[in-house]
Design a protein around this ligand. Structure first.
Ligand code: SAH
Length: 248
């Protein structure tokens, strides 16, 4: 009897060992799969949503292939990170659709020496894309919890050239002005004067302007102190609000 139960015990041990090995390897593979899965999804996103719609700037495409968008999206929406639409990031705010991030970045015609101001940090994704391309990015977020979360993530990911502060972006960030480019990712009903003043001569600003459901994405260029305006596409951004919640 003793011998039989001894053998049984050995068998149980062996099977347990096998299960443990399968579990460990299985888990390892699942993690590897996930990483390359996201890379595949990014590649697919760039091909089917970005390049196919005419975005051709090599630096923009490279940045969008690189930045791990899924980390900027709340966990419960992670499986939709690379889908062709915006996603909620909490507090009624959204991370923009990938194509909108791409077109807004491309029209600014950035180079690696540029200093950029962003209004509306949100998740920090757009700031990361800009951080891949230019020298430095100053980003302002009016909702403190969002700004803090984005700053932590950007820090974790090693974006040492992206600076985030909590505040009202309507006023810009005078201390570091003038900027070579300004990107506004929330919509006022008219272009804020302080942002025009903080733009470098020859600099470009991309901004959605208009009422809640009827905004136009505009590209403004500062020429001899005057703003030249070009209409791009219709868009729908969250409204620009003051720290007290008043719509601009
Ligand atoms: N660029 C973001 C998306 C921005 S959503 C991303 O990549 O995820 C718009 C953001 O603008 C929201 O987070 C909103 O809180 C912020 N916002 C609205 N009014 C603002 C203001 N006056 N100053 C700074 N941020 C503002």
């Amino acid at each position: 009897m003793l011998t039989i139960s001894g053998t049984v015990l050995e068998k149980v041990k062996l099977i347990s060992c096998l299960y443990l090995i399968i579990f460990l390897f299985g888990n390892c593979n699942a993690q590897d799969m996930k990483k390359s899965d996201y890379e595949d999804q990014r590649e697919h996103m760039v091909r089917t949503q970005i390049k196919s719609r005419g975005i051709s700037d090599a630096e923009v495409l490279k940045a969008m292939r690189k930045v791990p968008r899924h980390l900027f999206v709340p966990e419960n929406y992670r499986d939709q990170s690379y889908s062709d639409h915006p996603l909620p990031i909490g507090g009624g705010q959204t991370i923009s659709q990938p194509y909108i991030v791409a077109i807004m970045t491309e029209v600014l015609d950035l180079n690696r020496y540029d200093k950029v101001l962003e209004i509306g940090t949100g998740s920090g994704y757009q700031a990361a894309v800009l951080g891949e391309i230019c020298d430095s990015v100053y980003s302002i977020e009016v909702v403190e919890s969002l700004g803090k979360k984005a700053a932590l993530l950007l820090d974790d990911l090693g974006y040492e050239n992206v600076f985030v502060k909590t505040g009202d972006g309507y006023k810009g960030w005078k201390e570091h002005s003038p900027y070579d480019a300004i990107i506004v990712t929330c919509a006022p009903t008219e272009v804020p004067r302080p942002l025009i003043d903080q733009l470098h001569e020859g600099g470009k600003m991309v901004i959605p302007v208009g009422e809640l459901y009827a905004q136009e994405l505009l590209l403004l260029t500062k020429e001899d102190g005057e703003m030249k305006q070009k209409y791009l596409i219709p868009v729908r951004f969250v409204p620009m609000k003051s720290s007290e919640g008043r719509k601009y």
